[in-house]
Design a protein around this ligand. Structure first.
Ligand code: ADP
Length: 497
């Protein structure tokens, strides 16, 4: 084992030579140390210039869009203030007094409540690579959605007794084909969502909300679906083996979140809970306040997740592969989307599970006090009133301008009856295929009866091979491949802590 002096010497050498910027501050955020990479990236000029300054004057950040980063969205400020660790927050570093900007990923580590270690990494290259990959996926999935919709449409036509006559065997094959094409369509849609989410221009629009009420409303939409699947659904109580003795009711918790993101997060988590819980099981959704954070849990008594899988489920395309999941469709993208959205709001998501017993997914988000909520709501309302006033003034100004403009005397000349003036926009397409692109099913049965361009190959309706006995052979559980290390560019492995 190395001598302590040698160890600290080695540590110093490492800090001096790594490419990541490192700043160490005291509990008040005053810089006590900065490494050479930190000096260069921040453009502060030198170590002495940085020491003794507030970290905010050294590490100057703006949003990814190049605008000022409000304090509520600057998660470094939040982490420093509340002495909470922060992982991989992406922002843009302003280099000194120059115009230069560097996209960075920043982490804050709180040491014993006395020091804070801020590390920041240049992610220019990573973003470029991600951008190229996202563009490819986005284009490819966009292009592929159209033929899939066409296939889906023709299958629907074949299954519709008004437009086709088929025997029961063909019906069975086509129903399997329809299931698979729907799955493919969902996969392409998820891929498009992922590329949208990976787009650095997408960011959370945070507004003050009653988190408990929001989660309750969203999850209530699933009560019927849960009942249809033979599941008990409860909002407001947590009841998983690991905290069975800690039966808690929900509290009023206020948050500063993006409601659209919240809906997508809850949709994915509750849909999974329903999907992976056999009939007769239970689902619990709850919201609690946990110090500075709001804590949501979605708990089920379903098939559970093995500890090996648990470490990977938030990765893009990851699906646990076992006899239970093989028969349940999925794309392995839902939890990845959840993680992206939660982190975009400064939150964390993680899961606990016992294989065969059930799972709990936790989402922890920054919480605001009821006073803060009221204040921000007043600010939001004031902003709305200002906006309405601006709109009203603009309308009045436009009306005044119109009143002073020369007018045509309507009494002197009868109003021309111009059909184009009252008719809907002339460019409105009459072709139903133009207004309803996703489904190629023609509205006109005559069109439907005409030979479809898709070749009707008799061998397709009656495949030469006999019907395989193994249902997994006719309906492969998922066309989604095993996780491809080439695809998982920026993924953190494992469960989020
Ligand atoms: P999928 O479309 O496959 O459901 P997700 O990203 O939503 O994709 O989930 C990834 C994997 O995590 C799933 O394939 C499943 O194995 C596992 N999983 C997610 N939620 C649950 C749950 N509530 N119970 C058991 N397993 C789950």
């Amino acid at each position: 084992m190395a001598h302590p002096d040698t160890q600290s010497g080695l540590a110093e050498m490492a800090l001096k030579n790594i490419h990541d910027g490192v700043i160490i501050t005291d509990a008040n955020g005053i810089v006590e140390f900065i490494n050479p990479a930190g000096v260069e990236m921040t453009g502060i000029g030198g170590v002495p210039q940085a020491l003794g300054l507030d970290y905010g004057l050294v590490l100057k950040l703006e949003s990814k869009e190049g605008s000022e980063l409000p304090e509520t969205e600057n998660f470094v400020v939040q982490a420093m203030k509340t002495a909470q660790n922060l992982e991989k927050f992406q922002a843009v570093l302003i280099v000194g007094q120059s115009d230069k900007r560097i996209p960075v990923s920043i982490s804050v580590l709180v040491i014993d409540g006395s020091n804070r270690i801020i590390t920041f990494r240049d992610i220019t290259k990573e973003l470029e690579e991600e951008g190229e990959q996202a563009e490819f996926i986005s284009t490819a999935s966009h292009e592929m959605r159209t033929p899939v919709a066409t296939i889906d449409g023709y299958i629907s036509l074949s299954l519709n007794p008004q437009t086709a006559t088929i025997d029961d065997r063909a019906r069975g094959y086509l129903e399997s084909a329809q299931k698979a094409s729907k799955h493919l369509g969902k996969l392409f849609q998820d891929l498009l969502d992922v590329t949208k989410m990976d787009d650095s221009h997408i960011h959370a629009h945070l507004v003050p909300v009653d988190l408990t009420e929001l989660v309750k409303t969203i999850s209530a939409d699933y009560a019927q679906r849960a009942a249809d699947a033979g599941l008990n659904y409860t909002f407001g109580a947590s009841d998983l083996p690991s905290f069975r003795n800690n039966h808690q009711l929900s509290q009023v918790v206020y948050g500063f979140v993006d409601p659209d993101f919240m809906r997508e997060i809850m949709d994915n988590l509750i849909e999974n809970a329903i999907k992976y819980t056999p009939s007769g099981g239970s689902i619990y959704v709850n919201v609690r306040g946990d110090g500075e954070r709001g804590l949501i849990n979605v708990t089920d008594t379903g098939i559970g997740i093995s500890s090996d899988d648990l470490a990977h489920i938030f990765q893009k395309f990851y699906r646990a592969d076992n006899s239970d999941t093989r028969t349940i469709g999925g794309t392995g993208l839902g939890l990845y989307l959840v993680k992206q959205r939660v982190e975009a709001m400064g939150g964390r998501v993680w899961a606990e599970s016992a294989f065969g017993e059930g799972s709990t997914f936790y989402v922890s988000l920054p919480r605001i006090s009821s006073d803060e909520y009221e204040k921000r709501m007043i600010a939001v309302r004031n902003e709305q009133i200002q906006e309405e006033l601006r709109q009203q003034q603009a309308n009045e100004a436009a009306a005044a301008a119109a009143a002073t403009a020369p007018t045509i005397d309507a009494s002197a000349q009868p109003m021309p009856v111009d059909p184009s003036a009252t008719a809907p926009a002339p460019s409105m397409p009459i072709d139903p295929s133009a207004t309803a692109p996703p489904s190629p099913v023609p509205a006109d049965p005559a069109v439907a009866a005409s030979p479809p361009p898709v070749p009707v190959d008799p061998s397709a309706a009656a495949p030469p091979s006999p019907m395989p006995v193994d249902p997994s052979a006719t309906a492969p559980p998922s066309p989604v491949p095993q996780p491809d290390p080439n695809i998982n560019l920026n993924q953190q492995n494992g469960v989020q802590q």
